[in-house]
Design a protein around this ligand. Structure first.
Ligand SMILES: [Zn+2]
Length: 301
């Protein structure tokens, strides 16, 4: 498998707004977990009149650190990359405290609703952006501006924000420095995710700021490694199927050696995301024409 140059040396002080780069600050929430790494990093862009990117989870100390840390300044915009519970819920107390409007692609699952697919789980269903943004839209504030870069895949409403003055991209959970991204159907979509990764290769952002952990400098080789990694996963699945190994659970046992038991279920969902993509491309099918499911039996088409 391709070696992805993960960076796992991130250090932060919880509850403190720290300087990351000129005109960029960050405060990290205490929601550390196998999915969020050291927790959600909420970014603050600008000075005086600022934008907050991904206000984060509803954790009182986090919201308090953000509001108190910005005393004397004005939050004019809240930008949301996507509607997972570790990203968007704190927009509500922050809006109450500051009145700042929220920006995002749409409510949870909106990318899917447009295709007639219902999304059942895992998101912040109470988030409805005041301003719905689309790919290419520009959001302007006091001394800073962002271009919206629609990047579905991790979530159907995932959007990255390109900070034009700094040639930087806030990548949310689309590209993370410490791990690969969870892509879990139906709201997660592998074909969309791969297209959204390839899209980043057409851009010239100098640095990425993901929500979880530190910056990614020299991002293109990193994105290429992520793409290769998923292509290799797909090859592994096709190889399992060529040998008659048609159950996702058995594929995961073979493909993910030494996996943390807590990560078995997410690994199965990730393989399922590849399976859905391969089935849509006509490469594989279910035995007996059964419906695509985590526990179905698959074979090459
Ligand atoms: Zn997420």
């Amino acid at each position: 498998m391709t070696d992805i140059p993960f960076k796992r040396d991130f250090k932060c002080e919880y509850g403190v707004i720290e300087e990351v780069a000129p005109n960029l600050r960050r405060v990290v929430a205490t929601n550390k977990s196998p999915f969020t790494y050291t927790g959600t990093g909420t970014y603050i862009v600008g000075r005086g009149k600022v934008a907050v990117i991904d206000p984060g989870p509803l954790i009182d100390e986090h919201v308090k650190a953000l509001i108190e840390g910005l005393t004397g300044e004005e939050v004019t915009h809240q930008l949301v990359t996507h509607t997972h519970n570790d990203h968007s819920p704190a927009t509500r107390p922050l809006k109450e405290a500051t009145g700042a409007l929220t920006y995002g692609y749409g409510p949870h699952g909106s990318g899917r609703f447009e295709q007639g697919i219902t999304v059942e789980a895992g998101g912040d269903r109470d988030f409805f952006p005041d301003v719905e943004v689309r790919d290419g839209d520009v959001i302007e504030g006091d001394g800073w501006s962002f271009e919206c870069v629609y990047t579905p895949g991790h979530c159907s409403n995932h959007i990255c924000y390109a900070w034009r003055e700094a040639n930087a991209l806030f990548t949310g959970d689309h590209v993370m420095g410490w791990s690969t991204t969870v892509v879990s159907p139906p709201d997660g979509d592998m074909a969309d995710y791969m297209a959204s990764l390839r899209r980043l290769l057409e851009r010239d952002d100098a640095i990425y700021y993901p929500t979880h952990a530190g910056a990614i400098v020299d991002p293109k080789p990193y994105v290429r490694a992520l793409i290769r990694h998923r292509e290799e996963r797909e090859q592994q699945i096709l190889s399992c199927l060529a040998r008659g190994k048609g159950l996702i659970a058995d594929m995961v046992d073979e493909m993910y050696v030494g996996l943390n038991p807590n990560l078995i279920a997410p690994a199965r969902r990730s393989v399922f995301a590849h399976i859905v993509d391969l089935a849509e491309r006509g490469r594989i099918k279910t035995e007996g024409g059964a419906k695509l499911a985590l526990d179905a039996q698959y074979r090459l088409a």
